[in-house]
Write a protein that binds this ligand. Structure first.
Ligand code: NAI
Ligand code: MG
Length: 333
């Protein structure tokens, strides 16, 4: 039996992860779950944000389903998510958005897959300094040719596997000549190995405008870490908000599936959170495990529950709580 590491997370995390596990069980998954803590929950129970037992579970079980974690703001706290991604070399962050009937999506028929480089760039954590007088701050962005090639290859391979037609590299090589420049040059070279898939490139600021005005021109997006972080929230906005946006962090032998959003302290504990982000992350997880039949079954129930609309969460335009909406999905399984 497959053991899956489960981190319920902080804020809205436990409610949307538990909702997802109920759905997985009802859909016929026969998983064993190992529950471990990270983030604020771990801080309270173990005095550290990422205890060794958590890291061991992630490494041993290879597959993790994770709720959002609160990173305390302030000195000495590096983001737990950034740490996990670097520690397990989860180099590809796969963030699909699709419009569902019955949401506040701005457009119909959106289907954009953002592939974000997950370990380098402005989030590499290198050279973070503040001068003694507190006047000057600096950080180093690091981009390697190898990591750029890996992420662009990952994007093209995913496009090929999913029958997608186009890969767009987003960059700012006109200004960030060394870092974004190396990424773009590498992307062009990799694209030549995939002549059957259209390749184009776009400067990141224009891409933001294009995504809002004419999103249907995009299919697969591949980009560096910071741009990918921002652009994937923008894409979530196109399909009705962060509650609809899942993400997979994929490495060579380990993967963590999660929502794109954070712990949403403004709505935590109020039974208001939309669990769809984590449910879609679980669907990504099932596909990663080649369990396509169960993945399709859950997607169908979810799609129908949102479309029928009698029990959906507030962000989707309904007035049901997390529990009722989850039950609406379970009733369809
Ligand atoms: P957030 O993503 O938690 O919330 C942004 C807005 O979206 C809020 O208005 C929230 O209510 C709404 N929202 C988010 N998820 C929702 C859902 N499932 N259903 C309905 N509405 C939803 O971003 P924020 O407030 O900037 O960050 C809060 C905390 O989360 C911070 O400590 C941050 O570090 C952490 N964070 C963690 C992430 C992770 O674990 N992967 C990712 C992003 C932030
Ligand atoms: Mg983000």
């Amino acid at each position: 039996m497959q053991t899956i590491t489960v981190i319920k997370g902080d804020g809205i995390g436990p409610s949307i992860v538990e909702a997802t596990l109920r759905i997985l069980d009802k859909a016929g998954c026969d998983f064993h779950y190992q529950y471990v803590d990270a983030g604020l929950a771990a801080m309270q129970n173990y005095g550290e944000l990422l205890p060794a037992t958590t890291l061991d579970a992630i490494a041993n079980n290879k597959i993790t389903l994770k709720g959002p974690l609160t990173t305390p703001i302030g000195d000495g706290f590096t983001s737990i998510n950034v740490t996990l991604r670097k520690k397990f070399n989860l180099y590809a962050n796969v963030r699909p958005v699709k419009s569902f009937t019955g949401t506040k999506a701005r457009y119909d028929n959106i289907d954009i897959l953002t592939i974000r480089e997950n370990t380098q760039g402005m989030y590499s954590g290198h050279g973070q300094k503040i001068s003694a007088d507190g006047e000057i701050a600096e950080a180093t962005s690091i981009i390697s040719r190898e990591s750029s090639a890996n992420i662009v290859e990952f994007a093209f391979e995913t496009a090929r596997r999913e029958g997608r037609k186009k890969v767009t590299a987003l960059h700012k090589a006109n200004i960030l000549k060394s870092t974004s420049g190396l990424f773009l040059k590498t992307a062009r070279a990799v694209a030549e190995q995939y002549p059957e898939i259209e390749f184009n490139e776009m400067i990141i600021d224009n891409a933001c405008m294009q995504l809002v005005m004419n999103p249907h021109q995009f299919d697969v997006i591949v980009t560096t870490n910071l741009f990918g972080d921002i652009i994937s929230d923008l894409c979530a906005g196109l399909v009705g908000g962060l509650g609809m946006a899942p993400g997979a962090n994929i490495g060579h032998d380990c993967a963590i599936f999660e929502a794109v959003h954070g712990s949403a302290p403004d709505i935590a504990g109020k039974n208001l959170a939309n669990p769809t982000s984590v449910i879609l992350a679980a669907i990504q997880m099932l596909r990663y495990m080649e369990m396509h039949v169960i993945a399709d079954r859950i997607l169908l129930a979810l799609t129908d529950a949102i479309a029928s609309g009698d029990r959906k969460t507030r962000d989707l335009g309904g007035n049901a709580g997390t529990d009722q909406f989850t039950q609406a999905i379970i009733d369809r399984l």
